[in-house]
Every structure is written in structure tokens, then in C-alpha cells.
Write a protein that binds this ligand. Structure first.
Ligand SMILES: C[S@@+](CC[C@H](N)C(=O)[O-])C[C@H]1O[C@@H](n2cnc3c(N)ncnc32)[C@H](O)[C@@H]1O
Length: 419
């Protein structure tokens, strides 16, 4: 009944989250969630439900599936230390659920089914968390749909720290609003590099749900949120209401084109997946080898970064004919300027699984890419530093990618490419 999306990467590729086809649940209102209809009253109700149920702990739960038993010790360690597992799959998911329920009670796992896995949950189970009045308010706001004794969410809700972010449940529409593992990683890394700073004007480019900008908003006098997708801007405003943040300016713009001035913090989780047409797949397609969009952004960045400003950019580092491309291309664009560039590799992606993507990769000599973050600040001269984030995770994903590559190279074990 449930179909699993293919897992291509743990960043902007497909994620393995279960989705239920609409024809399998004909009685639910399957109309899309409209962020503009999410009122302050509904935001207050949802926020108190999530807080009272300690929803934030669901990031520790992996999803069911997968067979990478060798990853399990790391996953278990992450579970016990409060790390993020929910974007990954485990063959022993039941064990994690039991452990979490023993520690936190049943409420977080019920909401994990509803708001993260997008499953139908019976009214009996929901009854312990959401009373009839609140259910009606969330139904009117387009968050929940109730039918035949079951409840279903029309939106995904994802916790980051002590905040909650709404985004779309499926990637079926081209203007879907994205949140992925990369979004969360970037919040954590931006927090680390921006710790102790205060900004007068901050800008979150490629904002999507606003997850990075809204997380940094308390450090900013004024924050701006830019996206080319109008639905994303409405989602930023809905998320600002959910998190009771007020000084939020959501601006429709193609990168910097419609937003004047300089900023002392510029964040951007760019579209960075290799794709033949930039913007063809709006939230994630970054150009032929994945970094063309980022390079366009970097060309304008020095003129928009305030004197002691900092920029945090999530992108990819493609490998073409065996050579990493990112730093060479960044240096070609910015090498004449006094800038300090820090490269933080995060994880390695596997080779793509669809036939058109495979053909695209082969035509360019592209063998894969790392997800990575660039920190860019002004300096005395141009220099590049390399920092590490989570060395164990980075090398584990390298092993995964190598095993995938071997499986694909072997005709006996190769998956049939998807058309
Ligand atoms: C990978 S998503 C990141 C969303 C969010 N920041 C996050 O981390 O979850 C990339 C975002 O860039 C936006 N985008 C794509 N092209 C753009 C452009 N030319 N100007 C501004 N935003 C753009 C997409 O609509 C999408 O919301």
C-alpha cells in the first residue's frame, strides 16, 4: 500500500519517505495545503501540540527499511546521543520506536507517523494529543484532513532545535517546498559559524521553508527571505507565524536581482544536484554538474556581503574525470579578491539511479559529488581552508558510495535503471 521513494542521496536527492497515493485514500481531502490559510490562531494551536508532545525528539527515529547493518552501531549511538536519524532507514526501526516510546511516551511516535511519514492515524490514537476543538481548527487551516475515523496531515512538519517548519509532503508538484537532511545540517553548521555574532541585516537566499533564515532570526535586527518560488515565500510567512517570529520580509527574487543593499549574513542552501537544465527541477537542479547555480550566486556575493559579513552556502563538489571541481571553479571566480573561503565536506553521494541521469552523468564524465558547505568571509588575501564536520559520517558515506558503485558495476546485482 505504501510506496517508498527511491533513496538517491541523503541530501537533495529523493528521500526515502513513505507516501500514500491519493487514490488509496479517496475520502481524505487531498487538496494541497495553502500556507496563506494558516492563521495565527491555528499556528498557536499547532505549536502547543508539538511542544507538549516533545515532537522534536522524532528526529532520532530512523524510518523502516534499508539493509546497511554495518551503519547500525553509528545509528544507535546517534539515537542515544540525540542525533538525527529520521532521514535514514534502519531494518530495525521497531526497536528504535520501542526505545523512544519507553523514554518519551507514545505521543512523539504518533506525531512522527502523522507529520513526518504522512501516514493515516486513527482518531483513537490522535485523541490523546489533539482535542476535538483543536482538530477542527487545524482542519479549517488546511493542516489536517479527517475521514472515516482517521486523520491525515496535508503538510509535513519538521522540527529543528526548538522550532518547527512546515513544508510539502510530496514532490509531485514542480513548486513543492523542500526540507531535507541538508536543510537541517546547514542550520547546525550555520549556527556553529555564526555563534556569538549579531547581524543588522541578514539574507536567506533560496529560502524554501525559511528554515535557515528563521533559525538565525533571533541574531538579526532585520531578516530577508528570498525565493523564486512564490509558494516558498508563503511558507516562510506561515513558518514565521508558527514560531512567533515577526520581523520577516519575504521577497520574490531571482537571487539578488530584486533585493537591494548589503547584508552581514548571507545564507543559501542552493539547488546543487547535477541536472541538465538549471531550475528545471526548481528546488534542487543546480545545472549540468550541479554547481552552475552556486557559481552564479558567488559572482554577485562579494558586492552584497558587508565588510565584516559572513556567508554560509550549501552546495556540491562534483567529481569530473576523477577531479574535484568546486574549489577550482570558486578560485577562478573569486581568486582575485581578499576572501577567506572555508570548504566543509559533509558526505558523498551515490551514483544516480535513473536512466536519464545516468546518461547525463556519463556524457560529462561525472562520477558523483560530495555535499559540502562553503563559508566565505572577507580576509587580507584570497585563501582556502579545509574544515571537517563529521569525519566518521563522511568516510562511511564514501564506503556506501563505493559499495553502490560495485553493485552497479556487477550485472548480477545491478538494479534496473528507472526510466
Ligand atoms: C534546496 S532548496 C533549499 C530550501 C531551504 N533553504 C532548505 O534548506 O530547505 C533550494 C531553493 O532555492 C530556490 N531557488 C531556485 N532557483 C532560485 C533563484 N533563481 N532565485 C532564488 N531562489 C531560487 C528554490 O525554489 C528552493 O526553494
Amino acid at each position: 500500500m505504501y510506496r517508498n521513494h527511491i533513496k538517491l542521496t541523503s541530501g537533495q536527492g529523493w528521500d526515502p519517505v513513505e507516501t500514500l497515493s491519493s487514490h488509496e485514500s479517496p475520502d481524505f481531502n487531498e487538496a494541497r495545503f495553502e500556507p496563506k490559510g494558516f492563521t495565527e490562531g491555528a499556528a498557536a494551536v499547532l505549536s502547543s501540540i508539538l511542544q507538549n508532545s516533545r515532537y522534536e525528539c522524532i528526529v532520532r527515529l530512523p524510518q523502516a527499511g534499508g539493509n546497511r547493518w554495518y551503519s547500525e552501531p553509528v545509528r544507535l549511538a546517534k539515537f542515544f546521543t540525540g542525533g538525527v536519524n529520521c532521514w535514514k532507514q534502519s531494518p530495525w526501526q521497531g526497536l528504535y520506536r520501542t526505545l523512544l516510546e519507553r523514554e518519551q511516551g507514545p505521543l512523539p511516535t504518533i506525531l512522527f507517523d502523522l507529520f513526518f511519514l504522512h501516514r493515516n492515524v486513527t482518531l483513537d490514537r490522535i485523541d490523546t494529543i489533539i482535542n476535538t476543538g483543536s482538530l477542527r481548527i487545524l482542519e479549517d487551516a488546511g493542516i489536517l484532513s479527517v475521514s472515516n475515523g482517521a486523520v491525515r496531515s496535508r503538510v509535513r512538519c519538521y522540527p529543528v532545535g526548538n522550532r518547527y517548519f512546515l513544508c510539502d509532503t510530496s514532490r509531485d508538484q514542480p513548486d513543492f517546498v523542500y526540507i531535507g537532511w541538508d536543510s537541517h545540517l546547514m542550520v547546525d553548521i550555520a549556527a556553529k559559524y555564526c555563534r556569538g555574532r549579531h547581524f543588522s541585516r541578514s539574507l536567506d537566499l533560496c529560502t524554501g521553508s525559511g528554515v535557515q533564515g528563521l533559525s538565525l532570526a533571533p541574531q538579526s535586527d532585520e531578516s530577508f527571505y528570498v525565493d523564486i518560488n512564490p509558494r516558498a515565500l508563503a511558507m516562510v510567512e506561515a513558518n514565521a507565524r508558527l514560531n512567533k517570529l515577526t520581523t520577516v520580509h519575504a521577497v520574490h527574487s531571482d537571487l539578488f536581482s530584486n533585493i537591494p543593499g548589503c547584508f552581514d549574513c548571507i545564507t543559501a542552501n542552493t539547488p546543487y544536484v547535477p541536472h541538465p537544465v538549471i531550475g528545471a527541477q526548481l528546488p534542487i537542479g543546480g545545472g549540468d554538474i550541479g554547481i552552475e547555480f552556486t557559481i552564479r550566486l558567488l559572482r554577485e556575493l562579494p558586492d552584497r556581503l558587508a565588510e565584516d559579513g559572513i556567508s554560509v552556502i550549501y552546495t556540491s563538489d562534483p567529481i569530473v574525470h576523477g577531479k574535484r571541481q568546486l574549489i577550482a571553479r570558486v578560485t577562478r571566480e573569486l581568486g582575485h579578491l581578499p576572501l577567506r573561503v572555508v570548504l566543509i565536506p559533509l558526505f558523498t553521494n551515490s551514483y544516480p539511479m535513473t536512466r536519464p541521469m545516468q546518461e547525463h552523468y556519463d556524457s560529462l564524465g561525472l562520477s558523483g559529488y560530495d555535499d559540502c558547505i562553503l563559508i566565505i568571509e572577507r580576509g587580507k588575501k584570497y585563501e582556502v581552508e579545509h574544515h571537517q564536520h563529521d569525519r566518521v559520517h563522511y568516510y562511511r558515506t564514501k564506503v556506501d558510495a563505493w559499495l553502490d558503485w560495485r553493485r552497479r558495476a556487477n550485472p548480477a546485482t545491478r538494479d534496473r535503471p528507472q526510466s
